[in-house]
Design a protein around this ligand. Structure first.
Ligand code: ADP
Ligand code: ZN
Ligand code: ZN
Length: 728
């Protein structure tokens, strides 16, 4: 007997290949089965989507090729996973194959069936060797605070996604740990997915999860999934999750698409973080997909449970446990939620649970605004700020200095002829890195040694303009040179940014020197502001806060507020330490616009007030989350071609169904319009409803493909649709 499996393979969104290809097979293959199939001259990995016993109409045996092999030992990807992938592909306007295959570990693509079998055997052997601990009961770290207990109780009965709005230091991690513990206890095969924004956040969180769960479930019970892992590690984690051996997956946004057959809980920590939105390929929001996934998994669990419930002996509801339907709970946590999630909670689509108090009754830092208009000319760091830092250091406290720009100076310039360190490949300046004396483009990576003299006029006196973390680190070391720590040693300043943490393991080392108290002042980019549980920091300073506010992006205030609140959230986290020191923690902000209303809300730590004002503005302007947006982006050899393509696509849209429901704006160049010699432009699409936008985009997709071959679009390199873009 012959079957006709339709198989999805990795095809780029715009290759014109349909959603799946039909092959032949002597065996009936379950949907979700991983197979290897011939494609052109190659053999590629594919996922069986369907396996009918009759060929699609018009297709003959001669026109199809047989499936080359089945990946034995791997259970099929389940229907919920396939539904998630299908939704993601549709919603973000990509091909099914692209999304499905990108969700699988890259190594799975390259291994032959024989190699894979060997790999699986090795994993099984490793698993057998693992000690399975004697089941202890819930090793719980702390006695819960009242707020934590209330939140957990509400969570247990929640039927909607939960927005855990917990102040910095309110103990959200403990809530995640307990919620995980509870979810895993529900069923022997239950799994939890815990997502974090960036991998630099994970060392501490990962340690807490391991400490809590390895004694309960063994060393293989928790696996990580993120892009910093080797292909072999990623495959191992993925296999463990897919087989159900891993009970907890801790990962970055990519983990939302992992195969987790027993999924019962999804935690999205720091849910406001922009890194949950992918910026290439299918530009998905892992947070939004997490919410969708929770719904799909819950529906499936409810459907499985329904026949049991309806049976002759319905199982009684346990006391106080609320509704007994098994669910896949979604928890979004943040001290500064995204306005999208906040709005969803306002509308009752999410359940908002607040934990306003810090553990131990600690206070949030006091705001100290420094009006830079009244500081000595050219001062990078205001004298009162330096004095405050010196005092803190002398008392054995630590400080954090935030500056969102790495390198020594953003530009190197010649004051004689006006030469600037422009990147020859981008419409951007190369950043001066003093430590290794290079000029580096942060967009395309182009790097050269710093010239001895001005390349245009030979002037020897070329000078840095503006400042980055390297320079601030250097200046601070000088300004604090005479300050002594309580042990009599000199104050120590360190820096943490993408440059200082490039080497594997260096981030962990730098975090450790901060935790141990070896370092007194840490200068860094936003990576120092996120999630860390530092215990001895009492002063945090944002020294170029304004930069964010002058950006044209309508999300700039939201970003800045979150950044400052999160940065401030690193100060004064240990209530006992604070009271022994006898001084309140402080958040210093240097600004040229101290009258900006954002600072009032920040002073009061009043996120709800800030969110209400922002949402009111967004509503009157029809901006997200009230209106819905997508960007059509084009990369081309010339700016003219990029824009011509976009404008042609807009003209061609006029005749489409649903075109009346959307507004198309003229094409504009991106802020940094050229990167690596590619010109970039974009076109904004707006609609009043998500559905209208989706209907239009679906109708537009074939037009976008056709427009590529228009004469005016010659030189077009690629186009992409970004649904729910983070920046416009
Ligand atoms: P958040 O993520 O909300 O900023 P954390 O989860 O990092 O806060 O918790 C802040 C600190 O409080 C951590 O050091 C944590 O170990 C501690 N902590 C959390 N819950 C409790 C508790 N119930 N009792 C004592 N300490 C706690
Ligand atoms: Zn010059
Ligand atoms: Zn460049």
């Amino acid at each position: 007997m012959t079957f006709w499996p339709s198989v999805v393979v990795a095809t780029p969104a715009h290759s014109g290949v349909g959603p799946s290809l039909t092959y032949r097979s002597e065996l009936s293959l379950a949907p979700g089965t991983l197979v290897r199939v011939p494609l052109g001259a190659r053999e590629v990995l594919g996922v069986v989507w369907d396996c009918p016993a009759t060929p699609p109409e018009g297709l003959t045996e001669a026109q199809t090729k047989p499936v080359a092999g089945v990946l034995e030992g791997l259970p099929p990807l389940n229907a919920r996973w396939r539904q998630l992938v299908k939704f993601a592909a549709q919603y973000y306007q990509r091909s099914l194959g692209e999304v499905a295959l990108a969700a699988l570990p890259p190594q799975l693509r390259d291994l032959s069936t024989v190699q894979l079998a060997r790999r699986l055997k090795k994993h099984q052997a490793a698993r057998n060797a693992e000690a399975t601990p004697a089941p202890e009961d819930g090793t719980d770290g702390h006695a819960l605070s009242d707020e934590q207990r209330d939140a957990l109780q509400a969570l247990a009965g929640a039927q909607a996604p939960v927005l855990l709005f917990g102040a910095t230091g309110s103990g959200k991690t403990e809530v995640y740990l307990r919620a995980t513990q509870r979810a895993l206890a529900e069923h022997a095969s239950a799994q939890a997915l815990v997502m974090v924004p960036e991998i630099n956040l994970t060392p501490q969180l990962e340690a807490r999860f391991r400490e809590r769960f390895e004694p309960l479930f063994g060393t293989g019970a928790l696996v990580c999934l993120h892009s910093g892992m080797t292909p072999a590690q990623r495959l191992a984690s993925w296999l463990a999750a897919h087989a159900g051996h891993a009970r907890i997956v801790l990962g970055t946004r990519m983990a939302v698409l992992a195969s987790l057959p027993g999924l019962r809980l999804i935690v999205v920590d720091e849910e406001h973080d922009p890194s949950y939105k992918s910026q290439e390929g299918a530009r998905y929001s892992a947070r939004d997909l997490a919410v969708y996934r929770g719904k799909v998994e819950s529906e499936a669990l409810a459907a499985e449970a329904a026949p049991l419930r309806a049976g002759p002996h319905p199982s009684p509801l346990p006391e106080g446990e609320g509704v007994n339907t098994p669910r896949c709970q979604v928890v979004l946590g943040s001290a500064t939620p995204s306005l999208e999630s906040w709005h969803a909670a306002d509308q009752g689509r999410y359940l908002r649970l607040a934990m306003p108090a810090r553990i131990g009754g600690g206070e949030l830092p006091r705001l100290r605004l420094v009006d830079m208009n009244h500081q000595p000319k050219g001062a990078v760091l205001a004298p009162p700020l330096i004095a405050a830092m010196a005092e803190r250091i002398a008392r054995g406290e630590q400080c954090l200095v935030l500056l969102n720009r790495r390198g020594y100076a953003p530009v190197l310039a010649c004051h004689d002829c006006g030469w600037k360190s422009a990147c020859p490949h981008c419409s951007a300046y190369r950043v001066f890195h003093k430590l290794d004396r290079t000029l580096r483009c942060h967009h395309c990576g182009f790097t050269e040694r710093v010239p001895r003299a001005c390349p245009d006029c030979g002037n020897l006196d070329i000078a840095p303009v503006g400042r980055g973390t390297e320079q601030v680190e250097e200046q601070l070391a000088g300004l604090l040179a005479d300050v002594k720590r309580p042990d009599g040693g000199p104050a120590r300043v360190a820096r943490m940014d993408a440059d200082s943490t490039r080497l594997k393991g260096s981030l962990e080392v730098q975090l450790a020197t901060m935790h141990s108290g070896e370092v007194d002042v840490l200068v860094g980019t936003q990576m120092i502001a996120k999630g860390h549980d530092f215990r001895r920091i009492t002063l945090v300073a944002g020294i170029n806060a304004d930069a964010g506010l002058f950006a044209s992006d309508y999300r700039a205030p939201e970003r800045l507020f979150a950044l400052l609140m999160q940065a401030g959230g690193r100060a004064g986290r240990d209530a006992a330490f604070m009271s022994s020191q006898g001084a309140a923690s402080e958040l210093w902000v240097q600004t040229w616009t101290p009258q900006h209303p954002l600072f009032d809300a920040l002073r009061r730590h009043d996120f709800p007030a800030f969110a209400a004002t922002q949402l009111a503005e967004r509503e009157s302007a029809g901006m997200p989350p009230f209106g819905h947006q997508a960007l059509l982006r084009a990369d081309a050899r010339t700016q003219q071609a990029a824009q011509a393509y976009l404008n042609a696509a807009a003209r061609a849209a006029a005749g489409l169904p649903h075109a009346g429901d959307v507004t198309l704006y003229p094409a504009v160049p991106l802020t940094i319009q050229r990167v690596a010699n590619v010109e970039r432009a974009q076109l904004l699409v707006e609609a009043a409803s998500r559905g209208a936008l989706q209907r239009f985009l679906a109708a537009w997709q074939p037009v976008l493909l056709d427009c590529r071959s228009l004469p005016e679009a010659r030189g077009l390199v690629r186009f992409a649709v970004d649904v729910d873009p983070l920046a416009i």
